[in-house]
Design a binder for this molecule. Structure first.
Ligand code: ADP
Length: 423
């Protein structure tokens, strides 16, 4: 059966977020880490998301990577293509949302593409083309000071307009609130006026569903994971997607010893570490010792000793003043790098000696672990906490159950609960 939805995400955790949304709405979904090389054995799925690292690379590179991903998805005969970016529209005047979207639109012959980063569940709404985070305009949030993609203009028509030579229009809320048919009419009118892009307003989940329905026959849809909420229903209406219920999130069982690795220093992760320590052994890594080439062997030996009796935690996470002290000694990049290298080596060694279930806290830390384990893809299972699904690896190498969470996600008891929720 051809693939229903082929998605390209501009970063790793964004891809997971999208997959989680699709699974929750009844599509069996797989996340691939980069464009697959060689032949990859895939079970039949409804949606595939290729996770790229293209958000902040030069626009030309982002376009090339995205087109390569598109070609692979087209070979799987994807019926609709989705370009996923962040719900805060993270980008610069040079790109990469505009250039990548234009290139994809040309390849799939899209007359017009919507751009809708809204995700009301997480406070991201769009009104008259202006993006809000909670009750603030985007430009009045921490995103104005982002080190790589500062967002100082909340008007998405203008923001996207700087990234593309094509005309960017708006489907404003008075049309959106009247439902799919009105949105479709407005998109048709914009297309006739020569617009190739349309920012679409959205205040609540009902809007997402209407927008999704309105773009059922668009070859390309772009947005945050929110707007993907309405897409599975299109395929069901067309008789292409059966009602799967919980089966969409079914994962094969993965027995074996369990390890938790934490490299995030977020408040949420620090609390989760405290909670875990009350139940099971935990060991902290000292970045200064790691920088001297010490500690990794010793910690691996310690973990091997405790793993037979249950999960163990290895963490580098520390409160802000401690992180600052380490960064003053090592520099910020080197501090991050020694910790990530240590986590990578620990994951590799302990998987080699039998660990099969892993929880990883931290976006960069997860990226380092996934790379070290040469993971090609993940089948996405049930949601553990908002935005974080249980997953099982696919492709070469031993089958692993993984829960990868970016720093601030998850409730206090996340680590043990994740291990229970994993197959
Ligand atoms: P988050 O998702 O919370 O941003 P990340 O894993 O993306 O977490 O980023 C945390 C960064 O902090 C990583 O590069 C990690 O290696 C680094 N780090 C972890 N512990 C320490 C520490 N004690 N001192 C300095 N840097 C650290």
């Amino acid at each position: 059966m051809p693939l229903l939805l082929g998605a390209i995400a501009d970063d790793f955790t964004g891809a997971t977020d999208l997959c989680n949304m699709l699974v929750r709405n009844g599509m069996r979904t797989v996340q691939l880490i980069g464009v697959p090389r060689g032949d990859l054995e895939l079970d039949e799925v409804d949606a595939i998301t290729i996770a790229l690292k293209s958000r902040t690379v030069p626009a030309k590179e982002a376009v090339a990577l995205s087109l390569e991903a598109l070609e692979w998805l087209q070979r799987q005969r994807a019926r609709q293509v989705f370009f996923k970016y962040c719900s805060t529209f993270d980008s610069t005047p040079e790109g990469n949302i505009g250039p990548v979207g234009d290139a994809l639109a040309d390849r799939v012959d899209a007359a017009i593409a919507i751009a809708c980063p809204a995700f009301p569940e997480t406070g991201r709404t769009i009104y008259m083309g202006h993006l809000f985070v909670g009750d603030r305009l985007l430009s009045e949030t921490h995103m104005a000071h982002h080190p790589l993609t500062p967002m100082t203009d909340p008007d998405l028509v203008r923001v996207l307009g700087r990234q593309t030579p094509r005309k960017v229009g708006l489907v404003a809320w008075p049309s959106v609130r009247r439902g799919a048919a009105f949105i479709r009419d407005r998109l048709t009118a914009l297309r006739h006026e020569g617009f190739r892009w349309a920012i679409v307003d959205c205040l609540e989940d009902a809007d997402l569903l209407a927008i999704g329905e309105a773009v059922a026959d668009h070859p390309l849809v772009t947005g945050g994971s929110g707007v993907a909420m309405g897409l599975p229903a299109n395929f069901r209406r067309q008789g292409l997607l059966p009602e799967r219920g919980a089966e969409a999130a079914a994962l094969p069982p993965v027995p074996g010893p369990a390890l938790v690795l934490a490299g995030s220093c977020s408040a949420a992760t620090l609390g989760q570490i405290e909670a875990f320590r009350e139940h099971r052994p935990a060991r902290r890594l000292d970045p200064l010792a790691l920088a001297k080439g010490e500690e990794v062997r010793e910690v691996i030996a310690w973990a091997r000793e405790h793993l037979p009796t249950g999960p163990v935690l290895i963490y580098a996470s520390a409160p802000p003043e401690e992180v600052r002290r380490v960064q003053e000694r090592l520099g910020r990049d080197r501090a991050g790098a020694v910790v990530e290298e240590a986590m990578a080596a620990i994951a590799r060694e302990l998987v080699a000696s039998g660990v099969r279930r892993l929880v990883v806290a931290g976006g960069e830390t997860s990226g380092a672990v996934v790379k070290a384990l040469a993971i090609e893809g993940l089948a996405i299972g049930p949601q553990i906490d908002p935005g974080v699904p249980a997953t099982v690896t696919i492709g070469r190498g031993p089958r692993l159950a993984l829960a990868l969470k970016s720093g601030n996600f998850g409730r206090r008891d996340f680590f043990l609960r994740a291990l229970e929720a994993m197959p």
